[in-house]
Write a protein that binds this ligand. Structure first.
Ligand code: FAD
Length: 391
């Protein structure tokens, strides 16, 4: 007998886990298919920040920043063991692209969008404290600002959200790969492969395959609309050395892009880069030129690393999914795109892009788009109040 579910979700990254949790909380039956392992894709290769994205204010993405800051506040209460506030240090040198007054305006707006609570306030770090900033280069330093934002373990968060979904009745198959999907009048017939070929019937299919989203759409008949996207790789390096004060938000000396230097599991994580990637998403790897760029940035700001042998503890690359457009990836929109196969009662919905931080809000928006295609069910929980625990 063919198995039936209200929803099938393709992808066990943060978005797949988030949609599974939201759908199960609504009372729907959910099957999640993940081709390798939970969080094996982008959701274990991010910068691991739960943040509003200070730099998105410059491009006028106020709504995105506000939503992310609201989600940050919620995650701090739902997942206090997984999401923690950190002090972020923003040093301004004589050659920094932005002036102290621009930064003050940006940080004031950021604080305002975060709700002006006591734990969202920023400050200027007095000169007498600069020596204590983990060996930060003070040549030509004009000012240092300190503001609060949050850090997580992206893979652990994804696992926690999926555990929450499973506890509400969702089912996960991994490894299991979608082979083909046929849309009919009353839903989608899904062919997938775990240890053997299988088939099931679902009312709606959520494509949360991240960088593989268009690959999944190529398997759907009739062919749904798709977005033309660029995959933009972001590399991080993990190097020895501990930062005691917090996270540093720096400008790469070579091209003035934002680079974070962060404490991570008794070592220091530095990222990220932006390199347009063409090829199989599963094969993305850090490039030697990216590793050089990150070392150069680290050594510029933390001169103690100039003398160190370049000991690399680890490096990893993840893929951003950004709307295809000419010009530098840095300036492209980071808004999440939800693309249905049809406006009225969609059968397939694809998630393009998005932020780890906003996964819950994205999942809620996905459910709102899909409700007309689903029967009425009695909700059994609300994701705004479901605690998330580490394993
Ligand atoms: C370098 C970098 C840094 C980032 N830093 C941050 C940050 O600090 N803060 C923040 O909020 N956001 C950040 N982001 C964004 C965030 O990480 C991503 O938006 C998020 O992880 C995307 O999750 P996802 O579930 O859409 O995709 P993924 O995590 O890639 O999951 C997709 C899953 O689908 C599976 N899949 C693919 N094809 C199939 C198939 N045919 N059948 C079954 N399964 C399939 C894959 O195996 C994969 O596990 C960053 C992104 C990048 C690239």
């Amino acid at each position: 007998m063919t198995e039936r579910y209200d929803l099938a979700v393709i992808g066990g990254g943060i978005h797949g886990a988030g949609v599974a949790q939201a759908a199960a909380a609504h009372g729907y039956s959910v099957l999640v298919l993940e081709q390798t392992a939970l969080a094996a894709g982008t959701s274990s290769r991010s910068s691991k920040l739960i943040h509003g994205g200070l730099r998105y204010l410059e491009s006028g993405h106020f709504k995105l920043v506000r939503e992310c800051l609201q989600e940050r506040a919620l995650l701090l209460t739902l997942a206090p063991d997984l999401v923690r506030m950190r002090s972020f240090y923003l040093p301004l040198y004589r050659h920094t692209r932005r002036s102290p007054w621009q930064i003050r305006i940006g940080l004031s707006l950021y604080t305002l969008l975060a709700g002006l609570a006591k734990d969202t306030l920023f400050r200027s770090v007095p000169r007498r404290e600069w020596e204590g900033l983990d060996g930060l280069n003070t040549d030509d330093l004009r000012a240092v600002y300190c503001y609060p934002d949050a850090q997580t373990d992206d893979a652990a968060l994804t696992h926690a959200v999926m555990r929450s979904a499973l506890s509400l009745g969702a089912r996960l198959e991994a490894p299991a790969r979608i082979q083909q999907a046929e849309c009919g009048d009353d839903g989608v017939t899904l062919h997938y492969h775990d240890s053997q070929p299988r088939q099931c019937q679902v009312r709606v299919l959520v494509n949360a395959a991240g960088p593989w989203a268009n690959d999944v759409l190529r398997r759907v008949r009739p062919s749904p609309p798709h977005c033309t996207v660029d995959l933009v790789q972001g590399t991080h390096i993990l190097v020895p050395g501990q930062l005691r004060r917090g996270i540093y938000y720096l400008e790469a000396p070579r091209d003035r892009r934002a680079v974070f230097v962060m404490p991570w599991r008794d070592a220091t994580l530095v990222g990220t880069t932006e390199t347009v990637y063409r090829g199989d998403p599963a094969q993305v790897r850090p490039l030697p030129a990216e590793i050089d760029y990150l070392w150069e940035t680290l050594a510029h700001y933390f001169p103690q690393h100039r003398q160190d042998e370049r000991q690399l503890l680890d490096s990893f690359a993840g893929l951003r999914v950004l709307p295809a457009r000419p010009g530098a990836p840095f300036s492209r929109s980071r808004e999440t795109i939800l693309l249905p196969d049809r406006e009225h009662r969609p059968r397939v919905l694809t998630i393009y892009g998005g932020k780890l931080t906003a996964y819950r809000a994205t999942a809620a928006a996905v459910m709102t788009r899909l409700l007309p295609s689903l029967p009425d069910r009695t909700p059994i929980a609300d994701t705004r109040s479901l605690p998330l625990h580490p394993a």
